[in-house]
Design a binder for this molecule. Structure first.
Ligand SMILES: [Zn+2]
Ligand SMILES: [Zn+2]
Length: 276
């Protein structure tokens, strides 16, 4: 089975999830209250952040703008919290740790949508929304932009890169000292996301590179963890990823601990939020 035909992690997207996300990409994302909730959770849970990307890329393969707007904002914020420049350098790493945590539920989980939610949209629309072909193609064509950023713990590759949930675990373990090691990675994703976001402007069209587009996947993985992405559309694209990644320079694998704290009642392999 190729990755385009694989179901979403744990269970395929339900009719209700596809139906909700179809409306979501039509404009609810721009609602100020919704945007605020998305910021409180650093996006969406692992399942729904992947779902957002899959649904938007299936309906708008050349205009994945909703995801880009959200994740460029989130990565700019992450870069600010981890910055060692100007006034931000005065923020103690322990306070940065506080800012990196989620402070609200996943917006879509909180509305009650999950793997078994019914929906009554036309069958053709539901099938199209569940189809990961476009997401997989986008990931494949722009792999140079995300592969160096795959979290070494989520993937088990030994890479020094960490996603936000594993960075939090590492900072909790070492008092925040490891924040500096991840600073450049976060700044790199953020700057490429800004370039990708700018390329949606008419006067900037065509200026984006594979690294800029691929940063969208890196941003989703950084915010919510990589497991759902790796089990889904990236599954067949990571074979030689480890060779492109920096490996850990130190013996300890700080932060290599299970991310527990499921936000929803624990169900196996749903890719639900870990709550961090
Ligand atoms: Zn969710
Ligand atoms: Zn991770």
């Amino acid at each position: 089975m190729n990755s385009a035909a694989k179901p979403l992690t744990g269970a395929p997207l339900s009719d209700g999830e596809v139906d909700f996300l179809w409306w979501f990409i039509q404009g609810s994302l721009m609602d100020a209250d919704v945007r605020a909730r998305l910021h409180l959770h650093w996006g969406l849970c692992a399942r729904h952040s992947l779902a957002f990307f899959v649904v938007e890329s299936s309906f708008r393969p050349h205009l994945i703008h909703g995801c880009t707007i959200l994740y460029s904002e989130l990565m700019r914020r992450a870069a600010k919290h981890l910055s060692d420049e100007g006034i931000h350098s005065l923020i103690p790493d322990r306070l940065a740790l506080h800012f990196l945590r989620t402070t609200g539920p996943c917006h879509i989980c909180d509305l009650g949508y999950g793997p078994h939610s019914p929906g009554n949209a036309p069958r053709e629309r539901l099938d199209q929304g569940r189809d990961m072909s476009s997401a997989t193609r986008f990931a494949s064509e722009n792999r140079s932009g995300w592969r160096p950023h795959v979290c070494g713990i989520c993937s088990g590759s030994g890479s020094a890169a960490l996603c936000r949930p594993h960075l939090i675990a590492a900072m909790e373990a070492d008092g925040g000292k490891c924040a500096g090691e991840q600073r450049e990675l976060v700044k790199n994703i953020s700057s490429h996301m800004d370039r990708f976001d700018n390329s949606f402007r008419w006067e900037q069209r065509g200026t984006d590179t594979a690294e800029d587009r691929g940063a969208l996947i890196a941003a989703i993985g950084w915010c919510s963890g990589w497991r759902s992405l790796l089990d889904g559309p990236l599954g067949d694209l990571t074979a030689d990823a480890a060779a492109e990644q920096p490996t850990r320079s130190r013996g300890g694998r700080a932060g290599e601990q299970e991310i527990a704290l499921p936000e929803r009642p624990p169900t196996r392999n749903t890719g639900g939020s870990d709550g961090r």
